[in-house]
Design a protein around this ligand. Structure first.
Ligand code: ATP
Ligand code: MG
Length: 440
């Protein structure tokens, strides 16, 4: 089996070998190469100690010296070179208490999470596959290296990583590994929110975001995202829907491009439906107020998972307006775009479309046609350069002061009045016209 290593990776490996050390490309890059996928980054594992690695290369960065990792810089690209190591006992299913360096490659491969991630390669020795990673790649299964209960006991995050790799690769999780997750799912509570966030985002933006269902089946979302379990329990007896809220959400995730903000929006757009649900005399469900309530819940959840404010803000705006349906007239749409914020388009159309495609077929054509009409009027705003933001008006406060108005509240109200007029009659957004209107 031959893998085409990048020139710089070979340079690093050969430099280490020329000085009497062993060195291999390892982990995700070997797995991805064998699958014909393009590796994100190339990790190298070596028998040399961090100090020895540093002495052999001109430019290095101490990335995680205590864990054995040195970043070697070549042509402005960093390559992580890590010394063969054995992870000591893990404290609280979180941190290894200590790491021990070893001269034995197999010992290093043994500490890795899954068989498909535990292979090493260089041109001289070829593929080192001590745990049947190749077989599992061919069978498309995620299987722990060794006993799943032990491995998840050492680091509970591996349970969510198993689901994430299944989602990225379209693989299934092997039976014993699944059973191990079911048994230990509760312990994911010990893992930091930051580490969970990384895996959740990778799962969501993967080719199979609906694998979140597996995280639910195995009992993981019950711990870090109990709101999703509530969605899975909430039926939707309305002609607009054909699935419970949770299944609708999984379908909507599949209908939107693989972007972090968009996928998080679909995950949370209906998060408040379980608490907003009412059933009328005819047996029909209603979810009044769920977008507004959904914003509060989304904000709480994203904060709990330690997302940054920019992401939280973008997702919340899209959740807030996912079900907002202004009448299709040029004026009403300019007002809507102004109210919602120009910067949230065209993403909002993708959200509305994905939501529609995850609903029942009832009035689907009309719903999609509505979105396209909305989009056409939005595009007209861009083409014609219509003003939909107050700061883009042809005049500002200074112009009104020059006309003799005093600074203060009334001046602000006059600008608001003129802006309302501009949204209604966009051709009037010229300095001349607005100053003339302001005189009145
Ligand atoms: P990608 O970079 O595409 O997300 P990857 O497999 O490279 O996938 P990383 O998180 O970058 O994943 O980790 C690199 C390698 O380190 C893995 O392939 C695996 O061998 C090992 N590894 C990473 N995290 C763990 C962990 N929590 N427990 C055991 N081994 C791990
Ligand atoms: Mg990686």
């Amino acid at each position: 089996m031959r893998i085409e290593l990048p020139e710089n990776v070979n340079k690093i490996i050969h430099q280490l070998q020329a000085n009497g050390f062993e060195a291999y490309a390892v982990g995700g890059c070997v797995r991805d190469s064998l699958l014909g996928r393009i590796p994100q980054d190339w990790d190298i594992t070596t028998s040399a100690t961090p100090e020895q690695v540093k002495s052999l290369f001109a430019r290095t960065i101490d990335t995680g010296i205590e864990h054995g990792t040195v970043t070697v810089m070549l042509d402005h690209t960093g390559y992580e070179v890590t010394t063969y190591r054995i992870d000591g006992e893990y404290e609280d299913a979180r941190h290894p208490k200590e790491v021990t360096f070893t001269g034995n490659l197999i010992e290093d491969l043994k500490r890795r999470d899954f068989t498909i991630n535990a292979m090493a390669y260089n041109d001289e020795q070829g593929l080192v596959d001590a745990f049947s990673g190749i077989e599992d790649l061919e069978d498309q299964v995620i299987r722990c290296v060794g006993n799943p209960l032990d491995r998840f006991g050492e680091d509970a995050l591996r349970m969510l990583r198993a689901v994430r790799f299944a989602a990225q690769l379209g693989f299934s999780i092997e039976e014993e590994t699944r059973a191990g997750i079911t048994a230990l799912a509760g312990t994911i509570q010990k893992v930091s929110a930051e580490r969970i966030q990384v895996e959740l985002v990778k799962l969501l933006v993967s080719a199979h975001p609906e694998e979140l269902r597996t995280a639910w089946e195995l009992g993981l979302t019950a711990v870090f995202l109990p709101e999703f379990d509530e969605m899975m329990k909430t039926p939707q007896n309305t002609k607009h829907h054909m699935y419970p809220v949770g299944e609708h959400t999984l379908k909507a995730l599949q209908e939107i491009p693989r972007d972090k903000v968009l996928r998080l929006t679909m995950l949370f757009h209906d998060v408040a439906k379980p608490i907003c649900r009412t059933t009328d005399e005819a047996g029909c469900d209603h979810f009044r107020g769920h977008p507004e309530k959904g914003v509060d819940m989304t904000k709480d959840i994203l904060r709990r998972l330690k997302f940054d404010n920019d992401t939280i803000h973008k997702v919340c705006v899209l959740v807030r307006y996912h079900d907002d349906r202004p009448p299709i007239t040029p004026v009403k749409i300019r007002q809507a775009v102004s109210r919602i914020g120009l910067e949230n388009f065209p993403q909002l159309f993708l959200v509305k479309r994905a939501d529609t495609l995850a609903q029942s077929l009832y009035e689907r054509e009309a719903k999609l046609a509505y979105i396209e009409d909305y989009r056409r009027l939005y595009e007209e705003i861009l083409e014609k350069g219509w003003c939909v933001r107050k700061q883009d008006m042809a005049i500002n406060g200074k112009d009104l002061i020059a006309l003799g108005m005093a600074p203060g509240k009334e001046l602000g109200e006059e600008l608001d009045r003129l802006f309302t007029h501009v949204l209604a009659v966009p051709e009037h957004n010229t300095k001349e016209k607005l100053l003339q209107l302001a005189h009145k």
